[in-house]
Every structure is written in C-alpha cells, then in structure tokens.
Design a protein around this ligand. Structure first.
Ligand code: PHE
Length: 428
C-alpha cells in the first residue's frame, strides 16, 4: 500500500514538473513549443450584443493567418486559429480563455474587443503564462492585469483627450453633456478621461446621464440633457445603443452633434441610426480612406474576401495576428517566456492601423483619427469620412502621407470623400 502511494506520488510529481516546464516555457525544445503547428486562440463576441465586433475581428485575424500560411507559415510552422464565441459576456470570456489555455494549450491568445470582456479573461491567460494580445480593448486597466497581457491599440486616456480636443478646438464647444454606458469599463473610463481633458481646455460638463447595455428608451436621459443646452453630447458607448440614442435625440429636437469613440464602429450602427447619425463625429483607429498603398491593399484584399469594407476591428484583428507572428519569429519559436519578451520588444511594426511600438505598460502608442458620420440619402447608406489625425504628445506626424498618415487632399476634402470612388454608399 505504502509503495503504491509512493509510486503514485512520484508519477504525479513527474507529471506536474512536465506541465510546469511547458507552462513556464521551459527550454523551448519540447514538441509543443519548438515545432509543429502554432496554435492561436481567438475569442470574441460572435452572437451577442456586440457581435459585429467579434465577427470583424475574427475576419481580420483569419485573413492574416491565411496570408502567413500561404507564405510558408512562421519559420515554416503553419498557424492554426481556434475560435471561441464568448457571446459578449465577461464570465463567458473568462471561461473560453481558460479552455483555450488549459485544454487547447494555445501558444497565444488574441482578443477581446470590449474592455470588460478582456478584463475578465486576461487573468486566465496571465495565470497560465500564455501571452494575450487584445487587438482593440482600450481601457488602461486591461494590460495592468499582468506582464503577459498586451494590446496593439492606443488607450482611452488618449482617446478621451482626442475627442475633448476636437470638441473644444475644432467644434468650438464650451458646454458638453455626457451620456455613458454604466456597466462598460470602456464607457466609464472614457467619461472620466473626456471630462478631465475637456475641463482642462476650459470647457464645462453641463449634464451627465447613464444607461446600461440593452436599454431601448433613452428619452428620460435625453430630455434632461436637452434642458442643459449643451453644444455637444459625448456618448462613449457601443453601436447597439448609440444607434437608438441618435434616433431618439433627433426625435426630441436635439441639434447638438453627438460625439463618440471607436465603440460606434459597426455596419449595424447605420441600420439602427440611419439619417439621424449625419453630422456626428467619432474617434477611431484608422480610416479606410487612407491612401497609403499598404492600407489600400489591405482594404482591397479584405473586400475581395468578405465583400464588405474592413472596419477598425478587422484592421486591428489583422494587425494583432501579424504582430504575434513577427514576435514568434524574433523569439525563435513559441517558448512562452521568450515570446512574451519578443512581444514586449515590438518596435515600429508597420501595421495597417499605423506603426506599432509596445511601451513599458504593454500598450501601443499610436495616433487616432477623427471621422465624420455622413449619410447619403440617395443611396440610403452611411459612411465614416476621414476628418483629422490627432497624435499623442511627443509623437511627431510623419513628413509624408505615405507612411500611414491619412492626411491626403482627397480624403480630407468633403467633396472627394463623399464621392462613390472613395467608398461612399457602402453600408459599413
Ligand atoms: N475600445 C473598445 C473597448 O475597449 C472596443 C472597440 C474597439 C470597439 C474598436 C470598436 C472598435 O471596449
């Protein structure tokens, strides 16, 4: 009996140390880490309230993986993407990431879009020491979960500042109202960062109201906001509610433009908000109008493959997969310690969404674009038109426009940007 117990103990310890070696990255010489398929876990909302986010991102990730595989894989190893639907729910996001890292033994995780989902799932990747790259979660807390958590997008203190500056300087706004999504970390963060910057620029917040995802009647909040007579209304929410809010604000006779963030970016926004969205502005990660050859090639390839223009989610999903592949090459394989280090070292990676350098907090420092929402009544379709690029402090704009800066004469001129040649009439 004693002997069997001892034997059992020995076996368990052996197994445990094997598992440990794999998890800690070990020497990088075992089969899972050194050769064979590179297994990437992707998780996102494919069927829930933010399904267009997860779907676009998945498209971008899969297109990038296919391109990599057609070119011979990463150091000769093919990439396989395992996709998980979290239905846009934080607890499900945590569950599927647990499954990806513990059961599927993925080498890296890509996801989520909505910050609350990334925040819930990131501890699972961190505990397992599997690098996670969020393509598009912008709340600063996401990468603070741990040293294995990265993102390839800018963060919300910057995004909130971008819209506050645009409101104060470009729109000359003095009085802003805010209508935000109470349960979303993303929205609560942007409310705070916009407020700080707007006040710093001499502006005043004259009304503040909130809602929760799934709400369909915003007339109470909008009536209060109307009474405060704001110049602009900041609505840092997701497209599903924002489309309805836009409609109801017009019905209540509100003339002030609505300002938003990347969370508005969905073809479905136009289905919900239609003509009421005309004249509003958002901050975002890139513009399909950017004439740089790399972006136009990406836009054309994506359109040929999916028959729709790529939104920012698709572009960021694509970039996250490419940045991961680049890091695996520099790491010389998928050893998790080396891979984590290589992702952290990413410098000036030429992505579709701009040049990607990972800073000490594991965030990308990049410019943002402001896009104007334009409704084409004849075509019954809307479009996000390029307006301006705003750079983070200390980053100088490139001298030429070909390096990823969307500052072309064509895209900046409203006449050219609304012509069918630049993609207007495509419902995205
Ligand atoms: N930044 C949003 C968040 O953190 C997600 C998002 C990114 C949505 C890009 C649309 C486009 O929740």
């Amino acid at each position: 009996m004693k002997r069997t117990l001892l034997a059992l103990l020995l076996i368990t310890t052996l197994f445990a140390s094997f598992a440990c070696e794999r998890r800690n990255g070990g020497s990088g010489t075992n089969a899972t880490d050194g050769s064979g398929e590179i297994i990437v876990g992707y998780y996102g909302d494919l069927t829930g309230r933010t399904a267009s986010f997860g779907t676009s991102t998945k498209n971008g990730v899969e297109m990038a993986a296919d391109e990599i595989n057609k070119a011979g894989g990463v150091m000769g190893r093919p990439v396989r993407v395992i996709v998980e639907d979290d239905q846009g729910e934080p607890n499900k996001a945590a569950t599927v990431v647990s499954k990806l890292v513990n059961q599927d033994k993925v080498h890296a995780v890509l996801g989520e879009v909505a910050s609350s989902n990334s925040l819930a799932a990131a501890p699972k990747a961190q505990e397992a020491r599997v690098p996670m790259i969020s393509p598009s979660s912008t709340n600063p807390n996401v990468t603070q979960v741990g040293d294995y958590i990265f993102r390839v997008c800018f963060i919300d203190p910057f995004q909130g500042d971008v819209m506050a500056k645009f409101a104060a300087k470009n729109l000359n706004a003095k009085r802003a109202a805010i209508l935000y999504d109470f349960n979303a970390d993303y929205s609560r963060g942007l409310r705070e960062f916009f407020t700080r910057s707007f006040k710093g620029l001499g502006g005043e917040i004259v009304a503040e109201q909130s809602y929760t995802q799934g709400d369909r009647d915003f007339s109470g909040q909008l009536t209060q906001i109307r009474a405060a007579n704001p110049d602009v209304i900041y609505v840092p929410g997701y497209y599903g509610e924002v489309g309805v809010i836009s409609n109801q604000s017009k019905q209540l006779g509100i003339k002030a433009p609505l300002l938003g963030g990347d969370g508005w970016d969905s073809p479905q926004l136009w289905e919900l908000g239609g003509a009421s969205l005309d004249g509003n502005y958002i901050s975002n990660h890139y513009s399909v109008d950017d004439p740089s050859p790399a972006i136009q090639k990406f836009v054309a390839d994506y359109k040929a493959r999916y028959n729709i223009l790529p939104d920012a989610l698709a572009a960021l999903g694509y970039d996250s997969m490419k940045v991961l592949a680049d890091a695996i090459t520099r790491a010389g394989g998928t050893d998790s310690v080396k891979l984590r280090e290589a992702i952290a070292q990413t410098k000036n990676y030429a992505g579709v969404t701009g040049s990607i350098s990972i800073d000490k907090d594991r965030n990308a420092v990049k410019p943002a674009v402001v896009l104007k929402l334009v409704w084409d009544a004849a075509a019954k379709a809307g479009k996000f038109n390029y307006d301006t690029t705003i750079y983070p402090e200390g980053m100088t704009p490139p001298a030429t426009t070909s390096a990823g800066s969307p500052a072309p004469a064509g895209a900046a001129s409203p006449a050219a940007a609304t012509s069918p040649a630049s993609g207007s009439g495509t419902n995205r």
